[in-house]
Write a protein that binds this ligand. Structure first.
Ligand code: GLC
Length: 404
């Protein structure tokens, strides 16, 4: 039913995105959307809260200024409304506020922990003279669920396989012991699992993972995420290659400076090497040279590198599929001969761009769930689900909603 113009702001990876969505109500759904992506200067990821939010607000102000030139979008003196997708663990007691529990992924800004991130953003926007109201604070997994369910009621979960990983699903409110307030009318409630922080002695953690964790920004935390998400897969492969190179002569007599540099090998690089179909593995040679200054490798060595990428990506995909199967099991949608269709909406660069990760995830789901083969369970790519989801939730929380 939602109508009107809404803004989205998406902060969670190495870029942030500003987005404008025109909602056309029940028939037209999303009439128009525009977005702009801005990369976050690395020093801002570990600076101060006011610097980060100041930068974001100034970019948002630029985006809004462009709109002003082309349309008379703001009629009746309304404030612009924003859905803020903030993809980190938050303690959230109301729809438009939440305190940061801790940073994950590549962020570490100490003075923001424990603060209300909506208030920080609101202050930064005011400093920019930006007249905008934060109508909702949303996690990307929740936004993906909302955006996809808007189009398809059979969507039961939203999942992110990107820089980090997380899942949100719809639970019966009366199965949530932690909930103390009044039960919602629908009887349902969305759970943001923050599953990236899952840890268990059953996880296949190796010496490479242990060292990666120890040297990370958040040791001991986000272990599932560190085995499986885009921020870390390249880094795991780098660590394996380094050890092999130090213990053997596979790369010849090389200078190890690059190979020893944390995060120099990124997941898009290992994806490119993994998908190399040239007979002499030319792309593998190129990536090794460009990123790690390793030259003159033999075909045999390049094959070995591909195999390592395969092992690391396959482990990630199989663990990812296990998580999805876990949600369906919890929902009782993994049994035999389901009449109901269950759809899991997935977003994130790893799922979108790493074909072999995605293929292996789907094959594994088929192994774990008979329903996947029978098509009563499906996964689908929710393209920019979280941006649209954020605008939708903002619209549904709009302060003008009841006035109209
Ligand atoms: C990290 C964050 C989580 C987010 C996920 C995907 O796990 O803690 O909130 O949903 O990354 O971006």
């Amino acid at each position: 039913r939602e109508e009107g113009l809404f803004y989205g702001l998406d902060l969670g990876g190495t870029n942030f995105r500003v987005l404008r969505v025109q909602l056309g109500g029940i028939e037209k759904h999303v009439v128009n959307r525009e977005s702009r992506e801005v990369s976050i200067p690395p020093q801002l990821m570990s600076g101060s809260s006011s610097e980060l939010f100041g930068f974001i607000a100034s970019e948002l102000a630029k985006f809004v200024a462009d709109e002003e030139k082309c349309a008379n979008v703001l009629s009746n003196g309304k404030k612009r409304e924003l859905g803020f997708t903030f993809s980190f663990p938050v303690k959230q007691r109301s729809v438009a506020s939440g305190t940061l529990v801790k940073w994950t992924k590549a962020f570490s800004i100490d003075d923001a922990v424990g603060e209300d991130v909506v208030a920080e953003l609101q202050t930064a926007m005011e400093k920019q003279g930006l007249d905008m109201h934060v109508a909702a604070l949303i996690n990307d997994a929740v936004g993906t669920l909302a955006g996809a369910r808007y189009y398809d009621r059979d969507v039961v979960a939203g999942v992110i396989f990107g820089t980090g990983t997380n899942a949100a699903y719809v639970e019966k409110a009366n199965s949530i012991p932690k909930w103390e307030g009044e039960l919602p009318n629908s009887g349902d409630m969305v759970i943001n699992m923050e599953w990236g922080n899952f840890c268990s002695s059953h996880l296949p953690v190796t010496e490479y993972d242990r060292e990666l964790d120890k040297e990370s920004l958040n040791p001991g935390e986000q272990i599932y995420e560190k085995l499986m998400s885009g921020m870390y897969l390249g880094e795991i492969v780098r660590r394996v290659l380094l050890k092999m190179s130090l213990q053997s002569s596979i790369f010849g007599n090389i200078d190890h400076t690059k190979l020893k540099t944390h995060f120099l090998l990124r997941t898009p690089h290992i994806s490119a090497m993994h998908h190399d179909e040239t007979p002499d593995l030319k792309i593998v040679a190129e990536k090794l040279e460009e990123n790690l200054e390793i030259t003159g490798t033999s075909l045999e060595t390049r094959k070995l590198v591909v195999e390592i990428c395969d092992i690391v990506a396959r482990r990630a995909a199989r663990l990812a599929a296990a998580g999805l199967a876990g949600i369906l099991k919890k929902l009782g949608r993994d049994g035999n001969a389901q009449e109901q269709r269950s759809v899991i909406a997935i977003d994130g660069g790893l799922f979108e761009h790493y074909t072999k990760f995605r293929e292996c995830l789907e094959i594994t789901l088929g192994e774990l769930l008979a329903e996947y083969a029978s098509k009563s369970v499906a996964v689908k790519h929710a393209d920019d689900g979280s941006g649209i989801g954020a605008a939708l939730i903002a619209a549904s929380q709009s302060q003008y909603r009841n006035v109209e």
